[in-house]
Design a protein around this ligand. Structure first.
Ligand code: ATP
Ligand code: MG
Length: 518
């Protein structure tokens, strides 16, 4: 496996300038693949073929101005543009920045020589910008979700007023119409109106938030029920297994509602496996700490009973994953699904003080994890908290943390330092390699994200191994499939940590890898 080089596209009609930039990158030793074109027309052709990581464009080109790239960007190919101008004219600079360039460079032998550093800085700013955009989108989604809830609540209320008289009228008509055919029609009418009323009830529950009983619930009992339903009613080409861990904690809630949560998830799993497959339900106790909670905004630290529902079905396309919890979002045929299952599920779990996470891979399957707060009065929950207080500490070992997300870096750093480690940080693979080269004698272990722009975790490891074949490295990733895990180990990582992770998990794995013989 070779490291992924940086793709740079230069749009410049002066061959000498392109040459100067090439030389600068060569001297800096950056792993870069440079393509150079003369005109905007060629630029467009080139971009559709393979979008670069960054475009470096001369302002004045034979067939137009580089501003066009910015004001009229190629679709689906977002990348930063760095504009080069012959003079540092104020007006020009203003135009360039207004058009959306991340930066501009006034051409000179010095600026050409410094291009590798400039490019690195611009890429870093660009990544930051993309991340902020993502967060904005997330908050917009949350708002939209809320307004959909309000809207649905309003409609449901009106529909109730439509359906109630129909149902009452059916009662009266039953008395008046005595012939068999008439009674049949009335039954159909009643069943349909009743079905409508049930749907309305679900929507209302979703919109108002769910209230219910609060009694001690042992999830394993619920899941035994579900097991019966599945075995009796699901197609035989779906294999079901229930894997309860030992000494499970209890939770407090409404058994009927929780039953509905797991039924919804299992039914969805069934529908996702029209040709059969495996449906696995695992239950285990889990303690989440602040480190975990900081990485996952939906969660709170504490003790949970976690129920994991995994299928080997179609998977959910990334564009849909963000929408599946919206009411009425369905990909099923009309009449097959109403799109209320998951929105109700989410509302119930939230009203129980829990949260849900989902992981899916197209063609491989989907995992839903439902976290329900454990009853903290349980003796074993206390013990677990105590055990957690005795986490394995470091002894001043130096850890290099590589992650493109600022929040993850700072959480990891704070935790490691609190538990006796020293920390160096890098925001991407290239920086990690540079830092490692400088401190290689001191760095005891590297903890790196797998999915990073420009140079991913696996490529980073290859580069680190070139510096030191004995390097110890742990991979982490937000994609928690087993596949990631095995791939990470194959790539030569000692261990894999799924994100978000707890301090406990991170510290235990660090201690284990550090103390095991090389
Ligand atoms: N396990 C799964 N595998 C693949 N896709 C899923 C899975 N679970 C949910 N989905 C997707 O999410 C959508 C919404 O699910 P949800 O349960 O809310 O509604 P539904 O199943 O379509 O209808 P309803 O549950 O109201 O009958 C589904 O239509 C499907 O596209
Ligand atoms: Mg459903």
């Amino acid at each position: 496996m070779s490291a992924e080089p940086l793709h740079l596209l230069i749009v410049e009609d002066e061959a000498a300038h392109v040459e100067a930039i090439r030389r600068a990158f060569e001297e800096a030793g950056t792993d870069v693949q440079i393509r150079a074109v003369d005109t905007l027309r060629e630029f467009r052709a080139c971009v559709t073929e393979q979008p670069p990581n960054l475009t470096l464009a001369d302002l004045n080109l034979p067939d137009g101005q580089a501003l066009e790239i910015l004001t009229n960007p190629p679709e689906d190919a977002p990348f930063p543009v760095l504009v080069m101008t012959a003079f540092g004219n104020q007006h020009v600079v203003l135009d360039v920045m207004k058009a959306g360039a991340l930066d501009y460079v006034v051409k000179s032998p010095e600026s050409f020589a410094g291009m590798p550093q400039t490019v690195e800085r611009v890429l870093r700013e660009w990544n930051l910008l993309q991340r902020n955009k993502k967060m904005e989108a997330q908050s917009l989604r949350a708002q939209r979700f809320e307004s959909i809830g309000t809207l649905a609540g309003g409609i449901a209320h009106d529909l109730n007023n439509v359906l109630a008289p129909i149902l009452m009228a059916v009662e009266i008509l039953r008395e008046m119409i005595t012939n068999e055919a008439g009674q049949k029609i009335l039954s159909t009418l009643e069943a349909s109106a009743q079905h409508g009323a049930d749907l309305v009830k679900q929507v209302l529950a979703f919109a108002r938030g769910i209230e219910g009983r609060r009694i001690m619930v042992n999830p394993i009992h619920l899941l035994h029920d579900i097991q019966h339903i599945v075995r009796d009613t699901f197609p035989k080409n779906i294999t079901f297994s229930l894997v309860p861990h030992r000494d499970l904690w209890t939770t407090t809630g409404d058994p009927t509602q929780l039953h509905q949560v797991f039924t919804n998830l299992c039914v969805n799993a069934r529908d996702a496996m029209p040709h059969g497959g495996r449906l696995t339900v695992t239950i285990e106790n889990i303690v989440l700490d602040d480190v975990y909670a900081d990485m996952n905004p939906d969660s709170k630290s504490g003790a949970y009973v976690m129920v994991e529902v995994t299928d080997t079905g179609t998977g959910i396309p990334p564009k849909d994953v963000e929408r599946i919890f919206e009411p009425f979002f369905t990909t099923k045929e009309v009449g097959k699904g109403t799109g209320l299952g998951l929105s109700t599920t989410m509302a119930i779990v939230k009203s129980h003080g829990g949260f849900i996470s989902v992981y899916s891979e197209i063609g491989k399957g989907t995992t839903f994890k439902v976290y329900l707060p454990a009853d903290t009065t349980t003796k074993s929950v206390e013990t677990a908290a105590l055990e957690r207080a005795q986490l394995p500490s470091g002894n001043g070992e130096l850890v290099l943390v590589v992650d493109d997300e600022e929040s993850i870096r700072s959480i990891a750093q704070a935790t490691l330092e609190r538990f006796g480690y020293r920390v160096l940080l890098a925001t991407d693979g290239a920086e990690a390699v540079a830092v490692y080269a400088q401190h290689r004698e001191e760095i005891a272990i590297v903890l790196t994200d797998l999915a990073m722009p420009v140079m991913d975790g696996a490529s980073t490891l290859v580069a680190l191994k070139a510096l030191n074949p004995q390097v110890k490295a742990i991979a982490s990733s937000g994609l928690t499939a087993n596949r990631e895990n095995t791939q990470a180990v194959k790539a030569g990582f000692e261990h894999f940590i799924p994100k978000p992770y707890t301090a406990e998990l991170m510290l235990n794995i660090l201690a284990k890898v550090l103390h095991e013989p090389a």
